[in-house]
Design a protein around this ligand. Sequence first.
Ligand SMILES: [Zn+2]
Ligand SMILES: [Zn+2]
Ligand SMILES: [Zn+2]
Ligand SMILES: [Zn+2]
Length: 356
Amino acid sequence: MKISDSRIPGVFFLGLFFLSSLFAERTWTTTEGGRTVGELISIDGEQVTLLIEGREYIFPVSRFSAPDRAYLQNWQKEERCGVCRKKVGVEKMQAGERVFHSKCFSCLVCERPFLDRQPIRRDEWGGMVHSEHFRHAHSCGSCGRLFSAKRAKLEQIYADGRVSCLVCLRESVNDVATLDAVAKRVRGGMAELGLPTPVGPLTMRLVDQKTLNQEVERVHGRGSLRGLTLTTFRTVTGGPKAGTSFTHQVWVLAGLPVVECVSVLAHEFGHVWLNENFIDMSPPSVEGFCNLLSMHALNKDTSKLADILRKNLAMSEDRVYGRGFREMDKKLQKLGWPGLIRDLSTRRVPLSKRAR
Ligand SMILES: [Zn+2]
Ligand SMILES: [Zn+2]
Ligand SMILES: [Zn+2]
Ligand SMILES: [Zn+2]
């Protein structure tokens, strides 16, 4: 009798333990009373990362209610594993500033733990591989997440050679209906800035990398090669139909996650606006302006992927895209959006004065 009695608390405790490890999610309340269910991933200074439906989002600590902020403060007091985020005990591994459970501190490819002084490659998501096993790993073309090539699912490897992690794959844009929805979102953001919808008809196509590269080469373009805008215009002089009409074709790489597709479309719609207004500028100014629109669209997204894409845009070393963005951004800081758009509109070059 006594023996079975003493077992009950043990079994009960075990049950609780499983529950808490399976449901690390909790309900978070913002200062305005909004609620979100998510798992706490990390706290980095004033930034809190939550995992919500498989995607990581970043929020400022100040967004949360007082009880949530107290919870965050307590959570932070514990030393936590850089991979599974659970508390680490005495048996831990230290790598740089981060600590890990010894079983978590292992290679994604060979699944063996890292030994002292073994060179490691890591991504921004907690994934790590032995440097010597890096060639057996794939790095997601959108978010940079590392995964084992051997264990990758067939659909993670696109026919044109691009690779995608499972998180990005789950929200990849592969059909025109989804692309239309993304375009609507992008247009909403541009309308806020006072940029109108294009006058001429615009068709969008989802294409693979090879098709996109070939077309870019054909039109002697250059680019980040995730999207392309082809505008044709016809000018009729004299008569009742006098004026210029436009037709736009926007090509976007198929299979990009929604956030990245938003960024690409915002960039391409920037070209559409510049083209319809005959705004002629140097390539860095053109691409820089279009990247400003990408940045504006990405700023509306609190996901960690959006944060990575913003950093890539801002820190790109490309002479045209990176430098162009930083120069245009300086202008934006000085003039604000209405001022910048007015300033660009003065660079309108009539067709008759164009070289081509
Ligand atoms: Zn761990
Ligand atoms: Zn390994
Ligand atoms: Zn990814
Ligand atoms: Zn461009």
